[in-house]
Structures are given as structure tokens and as C-alpha cells.
Design a protein around this ligand. Structure first.
Ligand code: HEC
Ligand code: HEC
Length: 265
């Protein structure tokens, strides 16, 4: 009888969970940002305007970066003066070369006082094209500096972009394995598995710290409980996962395998 009751209880828990997921999925549905047409004869001023839109939209940059907030608890560099700072970061690199590297090869140089965690924005799921990156650089230069790039500027790293269609994530209902999900949805840019600090807590041993239910919750509703020491990053995980379409694209089965994988760590 006791056994039957516990199976009954478990069934209720599982159904309650799927009910919760089904509520959550449509609620958080966001429209993918519309592609902005980029012609090759844009003026630099027009590039700045388009770059600004991309930074706030498709680029997801503002889910992590602030503009004009220099509080010391930030986990991501503030960008409001990046046009002036960029030329001073790495000896021998001018502002354009530095900004290109920060997008095509972000871990080549990690800003002092911060930890790695800048995603490869030229790769899916963010998948900025080379032309889009040029406009973003024009906009970043305009923040405290003078934009000099044109659509004809060539950058170190150009040609590495992989269009979203070429490496499109499998649509909802798919059955990708947990490790694929962990990199596809950028979990690995914020979470290490070996204890080293990134923008989010290391998930080494997370299965010993959190129950499976707590892991589900921390993925579906990251701000319900904030991991100790990460108050300054409140909101970044949920906003970024939303921006890259996690809730629309990941099936219940995939989510479950991700939770089981983390739980086993
Ligand atoms: C997931 C969070 C995240 C997102 C999204 C993100 N970045 Fe970053 N970014 C970081 C982190 C962390 C650093 C600091 C580590 C480093 O230098 O690589 C950084 C560093 C930078 C720097 C160097 C800043 C400096 O002061 O030298 C630039 C420039 C930058 N990001 C631009 C962007 C742009 C443009 C986008 C959007 C296309 C973007 N980032 C999206 C996390 C993020
Ligand atoms: C933009 C950075 C970022 C991304 C991307 C991200 N996370 Fe997080 N995550 C955080 C931060 C910051 C926290 C701590 C704050 C909080 O609890 O909300 C966190 C908390 C967690 C926790 C709770 C950890 C603990 O010790 O309490 C889990 C589990 C987790 N994330 C899993 C994931 C998974 C799985 C993905 C990918 C599907 C992911 N995260 C993507 C930043 C991120």
C-alpha cells in the first residue's frame, strides 16, 4: 500500500511538472528579431544606427552588458565608453582590431577583473553575420570614440561566421543529448564543469547540492532562487536563454535529459 501510494505521489509530481512546463512554454514565447537588411553602400552613420539595433536585439549583448553602470559588482564589462577604451586594451591592437577580436575570438583576451563568458556571437544560436558584426563595431566605436569602419573594412576573423540556417538547432520535439544542449544554448559560456569561475556558478557537483526538482526550477525560472554570490547576475541567465529561443526549441524530453545529466555531475 505504501509503495502504491508513493508511485501515486510520484505520478502526480510528474504530471504537475509537465503541467508547469506547458504553462511556462507559451508564456515566455518571444518572436525572433527580424533580420535587418544590410546593403554594402551604407554610410558609417547608418551602420552605427543598425549596429545599435543589433546590440539591443539579435546580438543579445544587453542581456549581459550594461551601458553606463560602473558598479563594482558587475560580472560583465560596461560598454558605455568602449569606443575610447578599445584602443588601449592590447598593445599593438587598434580599436577596430580589438573589437573584432572581442567578437570573433572572445577568449583571446579577457578584460582584467572579469572572467571569460562572452559567447561566440558569430556562431548559432546568436549567429551574427560578418556584415552585422561590422555594423556592431561601428556602433561600439561611437560609444566614446569616432566610428571609422565602413562596409568595405576587412577584419581578422571574418569568414568564420556560420549562418544560423547552416547549423540550425533541431526544432522542438527533438532528441539532442545533454552535452549538445549544454553548448548549443551557451550554458558552457557561463557555467564551467570543473569548478573554475565563469559568469555563473560552476556546476561541478551540482547534483550533490540541488535535487532534480531544484535543477529543473533553476533552468525554467532561474531567478526563483539566486545562487549565493550571484545576486549581481540576476536575470542574465533567463534573459539570455529567452533571447536564444531555449524555451521554444527544447523538448520536454531534452529538458529532462539535461536535468539528469546535471544531476549526475
Ligand atoms: C553571456 C554574456 C555576454 C553576452 C551575451 C555578450 N557578452 Fe560581451 N563580454 C562578456 C564577458 C563575460 C566579457 C568579459 C570577458 C572577456 O573579455 O572576454 C565580455 C567582453 C566584451 C567586450 C570587451 C569589453 C572591454 O571593456 O574591453 C566587448 C567589446 C563585448 N564584450 C561586446 C559584446 C557584444 C557587441 C555583444 C553582442 C553581440 C556581447 N558582448 C555579448 C559577456 C557577454
Ligand atoms: C548568461 C549566463 C548564463 C547562461 C547562458 C546560463 N546560465 Fe545558468 N546561471 C547563471 C547565473 C548568473 C546563475 C546564478 C544566479 C541564479 O541563480 O539565477 C545561474 C544558475 C544556474 C543554476 C543553479 C546553480 C546553483 O548552484 O544554484 C543551474 C543548474 C543553471 N544555471 C543551469 C544552466 C543551464 C543548464 C544553462 C543552459 C541551458 C544555463 N544555466 C545557462 C548564468 C547563466
Amino acid at each position: 500500500m505504501k509503495h502504491a501510494l508513493s508511485i501515486f505521489g510520484f505520478t502526480i509530481l510528474v504530471s504537475a511538472f509537465y503541467w508547469y512546463v506547458s504553462l511556462w512554454v507559451p508564456q515566455k514565447r518571444t518572436e525572433p528579431p527580424e533580420d535587418i537588411a544590410i546593403s554594402q553602400d551604407l554610410t558609417t552613420d547608418e551602420m552605427v544606427a543598425i549596429g545599435e539595433e543589433i546590440v539591443a536585439g539579435k546580438g543579445t549583448c544587453l542581456t549581459c552588458h550594461t551601458m553606463g553602470d560602473h558598479s563594482t559588482t558587475l560580472r560583465f564589462p560596461d560598454l558605455d565608453n568602449i569606443g575610447a577604451v578599445a584602443a588601449t586594451r592590447v598593445e599593438g591592437q587598434d580599436d577596430v582590431a580589438y573589437l573584432a577580436e572581442s567578437m570573433y575570438d572572445p577568449n583571446a583576451y579577457v578584460v582584467p577583473g572579469f572572467v571569460a563568458g562572452m559567447p561566440l556571437v558569430a556562431r548559432p544560436p546568436i549567429a551574427l553575420t560578418d556584415d552585422e558584426i561590422l555594423t556592431v563595431i561601428a556602433y561600439l566605436q561611437s560609444l566614446g570614440g569616432t566610428p571609422t569602419v565602413t562596409m568595405a573594412t576587412t577584419l581578422e576573423g571574418q569568414g568564420q561566421s556560420v549562418a544560423a540556417e547552416q547549423a540550425a538547432p533541431v526544432a522542438a520535439g527533438g532528441n539532442r543529448d545533454a552535452e549538445t544542449l549544454f553548448t548549443t544554448y551557451l550554458c558552457n559560456t557561463c557555467h564551467s564543469l570543473d569548478g573554475s569561475p565563469l559568469a555563473g556558478p560552476s556546476l561541478q557537483g551540482v547534483g550533490g547540492r540541488l535535487s532534480q526538482a531544484e535543477i529543473y526550477e533553476s533552468i525554467l525560472d532561474p531567478d526563483a532562487t539566486i545562487a549565493e554570490g550571484f545576486a549581481a547576475a540576476t536575470g542574465t541567465m533567463g534573459t539570455l536563454l529567452n533571447a536564444v529561443g531555449f524555451s521554444e526549441q527544447v523538448s520536454a524530453q531534452e529538458l529532462q535529459s539535461l536535468v539528469e545529466y546535471l544531476s549526475g555531475l
